[in-house]
Design a protein around this ligand. Structure first.
Ligand code: IPM
Ligand code: MN
Length: 355
C-alpha cells in the first residue's frame, strides 16, 4: 500500500524528531512492503517567519488531502510576545479544528526499563501502570467565547467553558469503546461540584452506561484526580475528560512515566485521517543539538500505523523496537543523568536496527 503523510515539523526540536520518525516509518515500509510519501508543510513559528501566518491555508489543504499527519512541535521564545491569535500555538488549535479532531488519545505507561526514572516511591509503582487518557480536543474553554472588556474594576478578560450534548456524546462514545477494548474501567473526570458544564458532562456520560454493560464507569473530580494520579496511578485504565483538564492531567501523567520525551498522542475525528504528535513541546533550549529524545514522535508514528492505517503488526514492530532499545540500556540525554547517552540520530539508528 501507498500512504501519503503530511509532515508538520514545526519549531525547535520539531524538525529533528520528525526526521527520526520518518526514518523509522521508512524502515517499517521497507520491511513490510509499504510506501510512505512524505510532504512537508509549514506550521507554527517557522510558518510565521516564512508567510506571516502560523497556519497557512496551504498547510490546512495539504493536511486535509493527506492520509494522515505527523507533527513535531510548535512555538518558541521568538514568537512569545505576539498577540494570542497570531501565536504559533494558535496553529495547533486551528489544525485540530480544521481536521475536526475531537478525540485526543494520550497513552501513559511505565516502561519496565525506565522504572528508575519514575519520581514516585517504588511501592506505588511496583505493578506499573498503563493509562489511556481520552481528552476532548475541539471544544470547551479552548474554543469557547472569549474576550476583553471594561468591568467595574477596570479591564477584564474572560474565557468560557461550554460543552454541547453532541460534543460530550461523541467523546464519551470513544472513551467507552476504548475501555471496552482494554480493561473495561472508565473514569470520567470533571468538576461537577462547581461547573454546570461538568454536570451536563457527567449526566450524559452516565446515560450512555447502559450501552456498555461490559464497562464500569465512575466519576472523579479533577482535583482528586490530580492527587490520585500520583497516589495510585494503577487504579486508572481509561480516563475521559474535557480539553483543559486533559491537557493538564496528561502532563502530570507524562511525568510519572519518567520522561515527557516518551509520550506519543493521536488526535482523531470521524475519518481515518488523524494527527499524530508527541505531547511534549518544541524544547527551544536544546533545538539543533541532536540531543532531543525522538521516542515520543517515533511512537506517534506507531500510533498512526495502528489508528489511521490499521497496520497492527507494523505498529507493534516500532513499539517492540523501542522496548528493546530501552531494555538494552540505551538512553537519550534526558534519561542519562549526565552519563553516557546516544544522540537523536544514534538512538533512531538503534531503533531502526531492531525493526
Ligand atoms: C498540548 C499543548 C497544546 C494544548 C498547546 C500548545 C496549545 O499543550 O498539546 O498539550 O494545550 O493543547
Ligand atoms: Mn499540553
Amino acid at each position: 500500500m501507498t500512504y501519503n503523510i503530511a509532515l508538520l515539523k514545526g519549531d525547535g526540536i520539531g524538525p529533528e524528531i520528525v526526521d527520526s520518525a520518518t526514518r523509522v516509518l521508512e524502515a517499517v515500509g521497507k520491511k513490510y512492503g509499504h510506501v510512505f510519501n512524505f510532504t512537508p508543510y509549514l506550521i507554527g513559528g517557522s510558518a510565521i517567519d516564512a508567510t506571516g501566518m502560523p497556519l497557512p491555508e496551504e498547510t490546512v489543504k495539504g493536511c486535509l488531502a493527506s492520509d494522515s499527519v505527523l507533527l513535531g512541535a510548535v512555538g518558541g521564545p521568538k514568537w512569545d510576545t505576539l498577540p494570542g491569535n497570531q501565536r504559533p500555538e494558535k496553529a495547533l488549535l486551528g489544525i485540530r479544528a480544521a481536521m475536526e479532531l475531537f478525540t485526543n488519545l494520550r497513552p501513559a505507561k511505565l516502561y519496565p526499563a525506565l522504572k528508575g526514572e519514575c519520581p514516585l516511591r517504588e511501592d506505588i509503582v511496583e505493578n506499573g501502570f498503563d493509562i489511556m487518557i481520552v481528552r476532548e480536543l475541539t471544544g470547551g474553554i479552548y474554543f469557547g467565547e472569549r474576550g476583553m472588556r471594561q468591568g467595574q474594576y477596570g479591564e477584564e478578560a474572560y474565557d468560557t467553558e461550554c460543552y454541547s450534548r453532541m460534543e460530550i456524546e461523541r467523546i464519551a462514545k470513544v472513551a467507552y469503546e476504548t475501555a471496552r477494548k482494554r480493561r473495561g474501567n472508565l473514569i470520567s473526570i470533571d468538576k461537577a461540584n462547581v461547573l454546570e458544564s461538568s454536570r451536563l458532562w457527567r449526566k450524559i456520560v452516565h446515560e450512555m452506561e447502559k450501552d456498555y454493560p461490559d464497562v464500569v464507569c465512575k466519576d472523579m473530580l479533577v482535583d482528586n484526580a490530580a492527587m490520585q494520579l500520583v497516589r495510585n496511578p494503577a487504579q486508572f485504565d481509561v480516563i475521559v475528560t474535557s480539553n483543559m483538564f486533559g491537557d493538564i492531567l496528561s502532563d502530570e501523567a507524562s511525568q510519572i512515566t519518567g520522561s515527557i520525551g516518551m509520550l506519543p498522542s493521536a488526535s482523531l475525528g470521524n475519518t481515518s485521517r488523524g494527527l499524530y504528535e508527541p505531547i511534549h513541546g518544541s524544547a527551544p533550549d536544546i533545538a539543533g543539538k541532536n540531543i532531543a529524545n525522538p521516542i515520543a514522535t517515533i511512537l506517534s508514528g506507531a500510533m498512526m500505523l495502528l489508528y489511521s492505517f490499521d497496520l497492527k503488526a507494523e505498529s507493534d514492530a516500532i513499539v517492540n523496537a523501542v522496548d528493546k532499545v530501552l531494555a538494552a540500556g540505551y538512553r537519550t540525554a534526558d534519561l542519562a543523568h549526565g552519563g553516557e547517552y546516544l544522540t537523536t540520530t544514534e538512538i533512531t539508528d538503534k531503533i531502526i536496527e531492531n525493526i
